[in-house]
Design a protein around this ligand. Structure first.
Ligand SMILES: [Zn+2]
Length: 137
């Protein structure tokens, strides 16, 4: 489990380093997740910065992380608290996955997007190029 996250992160870092062109359209600068363990809990200390920067509902991002980590999570001020000792490296990987799934425009890669709900379908509406893309739930 921990090993596979390491591999993912290394791959991610090498991709980011090798082909800057892929992310050049993405001018969103995210901080590094500050993650510590206290007892049997994992504290994500600067969690709230991420939904703020991504302009997404904090509870949605929290639910996504909790689901991916297969644990329970709660908000405590700016912090998110997860039950169990989770690999601190996995948070950057998961936030990146969330961005690809629900934030970055698949057409132009811009992070300037918002979600729009039409009946039971969710769309990602891009403010840069105007593309409207369905979001996988
Ligand atoms: Zn776009």
């Amino acid at each position: 489990m921990v090993q596979s996250y390491d591999v993912l992160l290394k791959r991610l870092r090498s991709q980011l380093g090798a082909s800057g062109a892929k992310t050049s359209g993405n001018r969103l600068e995210l901080p590094d997740p500050a993650v510590i363990w206290i007892g049997n809990k994992t504290i994500f200390r600067n969690f709230l910065e991420f939904p703020r920067l991504l302009r997404r509902d904090s509870s949605k991002l929290l639910m996504f992380l909790a689901k991916e980590l297969a644990t329970a999570a709660s908000l405590d001020g700016d912090r998110a608290i997860f039950i169990g000792r989770k690999d601190p490296n996995s948070f950057a990987v998961l936030i990146n996955r969330y961005m690809k799934q629900a934030v970055l425009c698949p057409v132009c890669n811009s992070p300037d997007t918002h979600e729009e709900r039409v009946k039971r379908l969710q769309f990602l509406v891009c403010e840069a190029c105007g593309a409207k893309s369905p979001i996988k739930s």
